[in-house]
Design a protein around this ligand. Structure first.
Ligand code: CTP
Length: 244
């Protein structure tokens, strides 16, 4: 015998390997699809756990003065607009339980606030949200669960006009121009093709309470297994399937 514990049915028992790292959820979807609302709903329901939200938007590259002067010609919906290396570094730290400083992005000036950061502490659950979080394979590989928020394009455009006009200091004309030149083509070239990586597709975005309830239930099951292992580190689980 190799000394392994054996169940009454003969199956070999191995110590349950606890989920030491945080549970990472990726939330993607087109612009103004309701990603933030879905994330907020998940966070609210998981109030008894430590959950942090990381926005891909925080990792937008700051524009140079030259680029900034012609911001209307800049493609903010292309994968190259993001500093993915920095995002990976940050997620790597968090995954290992270390605190990080997340950059703060200013949508009005297309710049990073150079001296200010948002300090994010280690947590049980990390939610990474953004239009292109499923684009890079290395970023996808960090995720334990991938959610795509699927909302009709007309609803998204209507929300986008309202939001960019009120919150990001843009004129309606400039929003429509940017949408036709960059947002829609990049959605078709990069965002939509990454939908195939999703584990769960939520129709109607933030209005879908049933979908969010189901997702939260699944996360709770995963976290519950983790907690049990922390309390009973020597708990054994049956690894091989019992054959008749
Ligand atoms: N963007 C911009 N100007 C910048 C940087 C980004 O207009 N300086 C736009 C890009 O065109 C991109 C969008 O910001 O389409 C990404 O943000 P979005 O996903 O719309 O915002 P969230 O609040 O994350 O989305 P949701 O409404 O789904 O929560």
């Amino acid at each position: 015998s190799n000394g392994a514990a054996v169940h009454a049915n003969g199956a070999e028992l191995v110590p349950h390997s606890p989920l030491r790292q945080p549970f990472v959820i990726g939330v993607s979807g087109g612009t103004a699809s309701g990603k933030t609302t879905v994330c907020d709903m998940i966070i609210q329901q998981l109030h008894d756990h430590r959950v942090v939200l990381i926005n891909q938007d925080s990792f937008y590259r700051g524009l140079t003065a030259e680029e900034s002067a012609r911001a209307q010609d800049y493609n903010f919906d292309h994968p190259d607009a993001f500093d993915t290396e920095q995002l990976l570094e940050c997620m790597g730290q968090l995954k290992h339980g270390l605190p990080v400083n997340v950059p703060i992005y200013d949508f009005t000036n297309h710049r990073r606030c150079s001296e200010r950061f948002r300090k994010v502490n280690a947590s049980d659950v990390i939610i990474l949200e953004g239009i292109l979080v499923f684009h890079d394979q290395r970023v996808r590989n960090l995720m334990d669960m991938k959610i795509f928020v699927d909302t009709d394009a007309d609803i998204r455009l209507a929300r986008r006009i309202r939001r960019d006009n009120f919150e990001r200091g843009r004129s309606v004309i400039s929003v429509l121009d940017q949408y036709g030149r960059f947002v829609k083509p990049a959605f078709e070239d990069f965002v939509l093709p990454s939908k195939k990586y999703a584990d769960v597709i939520i129709p109607r975005g933030g209005d879908n309470h049933v979908a969010v309830d189901l997702i939260v239930q699944h996360i709770r099951t995963k976290l519950g297994m983790h907690d049990l292992c922390k309390i009973f580190p020597n708990v054994y689980v049956v690894q091989s399937t019992f054959q008749i």
